[in-house]
Write a protein that binds this ligand. Structure first.
Ligand code: HEM
Length: 476
């Protein structure tokens, strides 16, 4: 009898092992992309991040493209199995398969504080919002905001730059883009009220990409607290606005908040107050350090390249000369800023504010002869084309003429991403950057105070000391 039970047990163990073995082999994905996954859990995260801290985030990508494959390689980032898709073909594949084979994915820390990602708000809500956002941020809707941008830029330069011999660019650029966002999204323009938002906002931005440990004292904890504070303030503003709109004290077109309150979806449904607060918070975050990093690098490159400065100066002064006293910039003026925008694009190519973004595989699929298992994270990287000599000849050379005529080939210049998830703030960013350039060159020439200041990419590129410059006013 005992023998019978031992045999039964052995048979059982055998069956289980065999089925596990079978399952393992059956589900073992075939031909994974070449690469290595590094240390348990941390994977290659440290190599990935430290390439950025050293100012060369592209090194992580190019080293592996050379070693494994110029199309796709395997790695492990932020505790996730991942594949990095490279080149224009990789970008095209990801951008055209959004919500079919892949969907957006954000690291855990972002998910918990960044409300516009699909995971936190309901998926339906995010899709709805994604459909509505371009309406608030499309060129036609933004045209009427150019004059307001001009007014805020004038005040910003008067308060932060004029009558100063030395300034630090990055904090000032942040102040400019944040002031604009407060005014254009929710009509908050009083400097004291803006400042009340600015501090929690900086805490939020710096805790966003951090280790998601929610304990007192951690950057992540501070970010969550800050995001709750800002949401509460936003909800108060939204409630007041509803009253003001109903009583005719606010205008339906004065800012993005009014647009959101008064625009219904295709079923005639309006957004809830908290949803609106979340979406505005998402916009504030999306546009915060990105545009200010771009403005900072414009100042840097114009300091280094006098002939490029001269080109921008000439173009902007031609526009300035056509203006009467107190006359604000308008849509036609922006259309004339062609060279300036080519310069800004070249800056975005060489110093993309976002290095890339993640997707998640919705199903098993094949790419370039390799299998990508469901659930894997996929990263697209702006640098894999921006700094690739096969795509942009002499990639480290600053050459705005690359953007003349038809410009770069499709899917090669991707600072704003592409496909359905392309940055909805692209046009808004173009306007705020061009208005910034106008006021900057109209007033000043400048020189860098630290000639070879280090660049740190964490996660946005910024000069390590914030780019201190010595200003020379044209009037002097
Ligand atoms: C130079 C400035 C900017 C750059 C380079 C930039 C770049 C990007 C990129 C690369 C993405 C991710 C696309 C992806 O997942 O593939 C993105 C997303 C986003 N951006 Fe921007 N952005 C800029 C400015 C702005 C501004 C000013 C706003 C707001 C007005 C904004 C709002 C957003 C939002 C809300 C998302 C998330 C969209 C989604 O989840 O579907 N961005 N941006």
């Amino acid at each position: 009898m005992e023998f019978f039970f031992v045999s039964l047990l052995t048979l059982f163990v055998l069956c289980v092992s065999l089925s596990l073995h079978f399952l393992f082999f059956k589900n073992k994905p075939g031909n994974l992309p070449p690469g290595k996954t590094g240390w348990p859990f941390v994977g290659e995260s440290l190599e990935f991040l430290s390439a950025g801290w050293k100012g060369h985030p592209e090194k992580f990508i190019f080293d592996r493209m050379a070693k494994y494959s110029s199309h796709v390689f395997r790695t492990s980032l932020l505790g996730e199995k991942a594949a990095v898709f490279c080149g224009a073909a990789g970008n095209k594949f990801l951008f055209s398969n959004e919500n079919k084979l892949v969907q957006a994915w954000w690291p855990d820390s972002v998910n918990k504080v960044f409300p516009s990602s699909t995971q936190t708000s309901s998926k339906e809500e995010a899709i709805k919002m994604r459909k509505m956002l371009p309406n608030f941020l499309k060129p036609e809707a933004l045209q009427r905001y150019i004059g307001i941008m001009d007014t805020i830029a004038q005040r910003h330069f008067a308060a932060g730059w004029e009558n100063k011999e030395e300034i630090v660019v990055f904090p000032l650029a942040k102040r400019y883009t944040f002031w604009l966002a407060c005014r254009l999204f929710v009509s908050v323009e009083d400097p004291d009220h803006v400042a009340r938002f600015a501090d929690p906002f900086n805490l939020l931005a710096s805790g966003l990409i951090s280790i998601p440990i929610d304990l007192p004292g951690t950057p992540f904890h501070r970010a969550i607290k800050a995001s709750n504070f800002i949401r509460k303030e936003l909800v108060a503003i939204i409630k007041q606005r509803k009253i003001d709109l109903a009583e005719g004290r606010a205008s339906p077109t004065q800012d993005i908040l009014s647009h959101m309150l008064l625009t219904s979806d295709e079923n005639g449904k309006f957004m809830q107050e908290l949803d609106i607060a979340d979406k505005i918070l998402g916009l504030l975050i999306g546009g915060h350090d990105t545009a200010s990093s771009a403005c900072t690098f414009i100042v840097k490159y114009l300091a280094e390249l006098p002939e490029v400065y001269e080109g921008v100066y000439k173009e902007q002064m031609e526009i300035a000369k056509t203006k009467g006293p107190g006359e604000l910039l308008n849509w036609d003026d922006i259309q004339k800023m062609k060279y300036s925008w080519n310069v800004a694009c070249e800056v975005l190519r060489l110093a993309p504010p976002l290095q890339g973004a993640f997707r998640e595989a919705l199903t098993d699929f094949m790419y370039n002869g390799f299998s990508i298992p469901k659930g894997w994270k996929i990263y697209w990287s702006a640098n894999s084309t921006h700094k690739n000599p096969e795509v942009f000849a002499e990639p480290m050379k600053f050459d705005p003429s690359r953007f003349e005529g038809a410009g770069p080939a499709p899917y090669t210049f991707v600072p704003f991403g592409g496909g359905p998830r392309m940055c909805p703030g692209k046009e808004y960013a173009r306007l705020e950057i061009l208005v910034f350039m106008h006021h900057l060159v109209k007033r000043f020439k400048w020189e860098k105070m630290i000639p070879d200041e280090k660049i740190v990419v964490d996660p946005m590129p910024i000069p390590a000391q914030g780019l201190p410059v010595r200003l020379y006013s044209h009037k002097a």
